[in-house]
Structures are given as structure tokens and as C-alpha cells.
Design a protein around this ligand. Structure first.
Ligand code: SF4
Length: 347
């Protein structure tokens, strides 16, 4: 698998996040993320795929240190970042681990021009330099994200740009502090289908040329297949399967991944999907039992599935799954070869 024969740059170890909701008399706990463990590598894209409410955005916000984990560790270059207490250390971490948000318009202040948006992170992280140096840096960033002529774009305001151009500014702003990790939270889902591919290709360039490690959060498994080297699938707060992207899509092991792939519509392309029954909804995260949260929707569920969450089973081909079918219970049914359409916007 690409770039994985090296040390991880960022590692989540048993990362868990519980939110307390409701009043004093009806307090409930939302178990948003439970025991999430994975590694990010330089020059490598890892996708985290799941339905809305699966917990994937909470994972990315914990890694960005916007949410404090309830338990677990976030190891960056060998250091446990959950132990960071000083402001300067946190600032350093945030310069090396940058986030790209879903909505490029709300992440840019409409009253400031693009020069201001790119100058600000340089100033915060002490990389501004002289007036001429900062101008050169801003122009180089705009060129890096293909917003040319650079003088013209530097003077524009967010409302004068298209959605795709605004997302390119957001990426340039993240690049300003020379990050080693980018956490991209649904970065193309709000963009017109015709420009999604351009943004994915730009991020792929940054992976290949600057060796940036990406965590790409998406509900679109087709774009994960296109962009990500490795894909993990999340359901109701648990990461249930991980594999090289093509392998996962060609041969999904977990019943939820099989169901997710079977639900991908592909009418125009004549591609085939599996005939797997889709039933039920994501469970209420305040009422999860001790067992596998997918059990109420799973047509392979057994008694053991309701006793405890299955552990991680390593499978041949550098992949893994959390399902009792692979722990010797029942008989793991081959998934066949469900095929998903290429990401929207593919020429
Ligand atoms: Fe289905 Fe049981 Fe596997 Fe969960 S552990 S996906 S309920 S078979």
C-alpha cells in the first residue's frame, strides 16, 4: 500500500468522545465516537466514510483539537498531543495539522479580501516576514492552488469567487503554515459537481508533491475510491472496516460496508450493484446497547452480536474488520464485486 512502509505521522489510539445532552433531570450521553484507532502516513490519503451522524466529523474535530477527547490518545510525531497544555505547543500543533472545512464560504470572512485571509495565518504563526516577502508568499500560495492571475485573485473578496475558487483559497490558507497533515471534512460536498474533481486533483497533487498526509472525511464512497489510498468505514460511532480503497470496494467484508456499496446508485453507467436488503436507520446514539450497533439492521446478526462489540480481526491483504462473522461465528458470505460509479464530475 502506498507510503505505509514508514512511520505514521499522526495516530489515533482508542479515541472516544461522549457528549452529555439534556437537562439535569434527563441527562443522556451521546456516544459519538468509540475506540477509534488508525494511523495517517506522509504522502498517503486515508478516507473515513459513513452516513450522516456516524461520528466521522467528531473524529476529525478531535484530531484538530477542536473537541477534547473523552478518552484515548492522539499521537503526533511520537508525542501524545492530549497532554499538550501550553498555548505555544498547541499553536505549533495546529500549524502542522490543518483543517479544511466543508463550507468554503462560511470559513472566509466576507469583509476581507483574499490577501487578508492568506496573510492572517502567516502572521499568527510568525511566518509573515517583510512586506515584500509576505506578498511573494501570498502570490506563491495562490499559484500553488491555481488561482491565477495571482494579483487579480489577491485583491478579490470571497463573494467575487465561485465555490470551487473559495475552496482553493481555503486550501491555500491551510498551506500557508506548511502543514504536514490536512484534515479535510467533506471538502467537496457543497461544490458544484463539475468542479469537485478539480479540488480532489489539487489535494492529490499536494499529497504526491508535498508528501502531506490527508484524512478525507466523506459520505461519498465513490470519491473515496478515486482520491484515497485507504478507506475506513464508520457506523454509529465505530470504525468497522479498513482496507486499501480499491480492495474495500471490490470486496467489502463488513455487512454494513456491503449494504453501503449496494445502495450506491449508478443508473446511467450501467454498473452493477449488489442485491442486499437495506433496512432501518442509524440507531439513537444515546440508546446504544453493549453489542454491535449494526445488529438491528444486519441480516447476518446472531445472538453473540448483542453481547459486546466485536474486536478487530486482521485479514490477509493488510485489511481488517470488526464483525463476529470473521471471529469464527456463522459463515462469512463473500460479497461478490459490487461496483460504484466514478465520483461525480469525472470527465
Ligand atoms: Fe452483523 Fe453481527 Fe457482524 Fe454486527 S457483528 S455486522 S450484527 S454479523
Amino acid at each position: 500500500m502506498k507510503s505505509k512502509n514508514q512511520a505514521p505521522i499522526l495516530e489515533a489510539v482508542d479515541l472516544t468522545k461522549h457528549f452529555h445532552v439534556g437537562s439535569f433531570f434527563s441527562r443522556r450521553i451521546v456516544k459519538a465516537v468509540q475506540d477509534a484507532s488508525f494511523r495517517l502516513y506522509p504522502g498517503h490519503v486515508t478516507a473515513l466514510v459513513g452516513e450522516s451522524g456516524s461520528g466521522k466529523s467528531t473524529v476529525i474535530r478531535m484530531l484538530a483539537r477542536l473537541y477534547e477527547p473523552t478518552s484515548g490518545r492522539i499521537i503526533f510525531k511520537g508525542q501524545d498531543t492530549t497532554e499538550i497544555r501550553s498555548r505555544s505547543q498547541m499553536l505549533q500543533y495546529r500549524s502542522e495539522v490543518q483543517m479544511i472545512f466543508q463550507d468554503p464560504f462560511s470559513s472566509l470572512n466576507p469583509v476581507h479580501n483574499i490577501t487578508h485571509h492568506l496573510r492572517r495565518p502567516l502572521a499568527i504563526h510568525g511566518k509573515l516576514g517583510s512586506r515584500a516577502e509576505s506578498k511573494d508568499r501570498i502570490h506563491a500560495l495562490l499559484k500553488r492552488v491555481a488561482l491565477t492571475p495571482v494579483e487579480e485573485f489577491a485583491a478579490k473578496y470571497p463573494h467575487q469567487l465561485s465555490g470551487g475558487q473559495r475552496q482553493r483559497v481555503a486550501i491555500a490558507r491551510a498551506l500557508a503554515v506548511e502543514p504536514e497533515v490536512m484534515l479535510a471534512d467533506e471538502p467537496v460536498s457543497m461544490l458544484d459537481v463539475s468542479i469537485r474533481l478539480g479540488i480532489l486533483n489539487l489535494m492529490a497533487q499536494l499529497r504526491d508533491e508535498q508528501r502531506i498526509a490527508f484524512l478525507y472525511v466523506t459520505h461519498d464512497i465513490a470519491s473515496a475510491r478515486y482520491f484515497a489510498d485507504e478507506t475506513m468505514v464508520m457506523y454509529a460511532g465505530h470504525i468497522v472496516e479498513g482496507a486499501e480503497s480499491e480492495q474495500l470496494i471490490r470486496d467489502p467484508k463488513h455487512p454494513y460496508t456491503q449494504m453501503l456499496l449496494a445502495s450506491v446508485p449508478d443508473p446511467a453507467r450501467g454498473l452493477r450493484t449488489q442485491e442486499i436488503e437495506i433496512r432501518g436507520e442509524i440507531p439513537d446514539l444515546t440508546k446504544l446497547g453493549p453489542g454491535c450497533p449494526f445488529a438491528p439492521r444486519c441480516n447476518r446478526a446472531m445472538d453473540v452480536c448483542n453481547t459486546a462489540m466485536p474486536g478487530r480481526t486482521e485479514l490477509p491483504g493488510d485489511r481488517w474488520v470488526r464483525c463476529y462473522l470473521y471471529e469464527g461465528y456463522g459463515a462469512a458470505k463473500p460479497a461478490g464485486e459490487p461496483v460504484v460509479a466514478a465520483p461525480q464530475g469525472t470527465p
